[in-house]
Every structure is written in structure tokens, then in C-alpha cells.
Design a binder for this molecule. Structure first.
Ligand SMILES: [Zn+2]
Length: 233
């Protein structure tokens, strides 16, 4: 039997064609951003299932983590690059939510992440977030939260440009601080909890490390990390 909702969807599709963000193919469902063929071609790492995966190894000796993963390999001139560009520079917020859902669907299958109690997006500089209008990692978190049914916490930690006191420091020291200083703002929602810190891309992991080590100063907090992509160097 044809449902009224299907007719409405088909009609809307005629008026506003919804196409695959990856290849431009015509896809019917308005809830998907990728066609099945693009979805199947996504370079999944499957890291979430493996202890001592390359992301976890890269943080050994830098910060104590429960588990770490990145969902897809990032390569230039790839579908992943198109998606990241849409997410970061084209204001495609719904895509962020969709990709977050994909991350959630992988993570929920992994025993290693079963104890996660809250999602914390890696903060942007306030000036950058204002300019972009959103934090792409926060969009990913909301998509993940839709699958994992846990809260997204955005008031725990903030990122600031270097402050006046830092201008007195030497050049090298200031350069080291260019990544920004992370500052704990509110511990109520994250203390004594297992937190998953989320970002869009891990390259060297320096930003994750700076933010994660700050979070780990909160009493009773244990940390895992997840990113959408892993850019191998
Ligand atoms: Zn496609």
C-alpha cells in the first residue's frame, strides 16, 4: 500500500532533488547524504574494535586513554575530502549530524566504548566558531548522541587565544601556545564520568592531547577519544 508520507516524499523530491553529496547521484531518501555505492566506498578503519590500534599507539606516553578510534582514513582528492569540505566550509550542518550518526552506529557495536557516558566536542576558538556559525565537532556529537543516547556536554571546556600574560613569554613559548589554551569551565557534568572527546580530524593529535590532558585534571574523569578521520602523515 502506498503511504501518504511516501507520496509527500516523492513530491518533495521532484521539487527539491536530493542528491548524493559524494557523487551527485539521485538518491531518494531525504535522510541520507550518501548513496549506497559511496557509503560502501568509505574508507573505514575499523579501529574501534582493536586494542592498540594506530590512534591509540600514537597517544601512548602522551595521555592515558581508555580507548581511541578514528572512523575513516583521510586522503586527498577523495570522497572524504569532499565531505570534510562540506562540513567545515560549506555550512552543511545536516551532513555533520549524518556523519555523527555513522560514527555512533560504529561505536555502539564496540564493547571497548560501552562505558561512555558523555560526549564532549573539541572546542574551537570562539572567534572561529562565530565566523563559521557552528562547531563541526559539536554537530558530529549530536549525530552520535542520537544513536548512543548520551548527553553532549559543551560547557565543560573552552579554548582561548593566548592571553596578555603570555605576550611576556619568549617567541618559542608563544609559538607552542599557538594551538590555544584549553580551560576547564564547568566540571559538574563530567566529573566521575567516562567522557568521549570528539573531533573531525586527527593528524598529529597535538590538539586532542592538549584538550584531553586538560580534561583529565577533572576529578574522576576517564577519557576516550574518537574522530571522524585519521590523516596519516
Ligand atoms: Zn554517491
Amino acid at each position: 500500500m502506498i503511504k501518504l508520507a511516501d507520496i509527500k516524499d516523492a513530491f518533495l523530491h521532484m521539487l527539491f532533488p536530493h542528491v548524493c553529496t559524494g557523487c551527485g547521484n539521485d538518491i531518494v531518501s531525504t535522510h541520507n547524504f550518501l548513496c549506497l555505492s559511496c557509503l560502501n566506498a568509505m574508507p573505514e578503519t575499523q579501529f574501534q574494535f582493536f586494542l592498540s590500534n594506530p590512534i591509540e599507539k600514537s597517544f601512548w606516553g602522551r595521555m592515558p586513554l581508555n580507548a581511541a578510534t578514528a572512523q575513516y582514513y583521510f586522503t586527498k582528492e577523495s570522497l572524504m575530502q569532499i565531505l570534510l569540505h562540506e562540513l567545515k566550509y560549506k555550512g552543511n550542518r545536516e551532513l555533520g549530524f549524518y556523519l555523527g550518526r555513522l560514527m555512533g552506529e560504529q561505536i555502539i557495536q564496540s564493547e571497548r566504548f560501552a562505558g561512555i557516558e558523555a560526549l564532549v566536542p573539541l572546542p574551537l576558538y570562539p572567534s572561529r566558531e562565530r565566523k563559521r556559525g557552528y562547531n563541526q565537532s559539536e554537530l558530529l556529537c549530536h549525530g552520535m548522541a542520537d544513536v548512543l543516547m548520551i548527553p553532549v556536554i559543551t560547557n565543560a571546556i573552552a579554548r582561548n587565544k593566548f592571553t596578555d600574560s603570555q605576550t611576556k613569554k619568549g617567541r618559542v613559548e608563544r609559538w607552542k601556545n599557538m594551538e590555544g589554551k584549553f580551560e576547564i569551565m564547568n566540571t559538574d557534568s563530567v566529573c566521575n564520568r567516562h567522557v568521549l572527546l570528539v573531533d573531525d580530524v586527527i593528524t598529529t593529535g597535538a590538539t586532542m592531547e592538549a584538550c584531553g590532558n586538560e580534561l583529565l585534571k577533572i576529578p574522576g574523569l576517564s577519557l576516550s577519544i574518537a574522530s571522524l578521520c585519521y590523516a596519516t602523515q
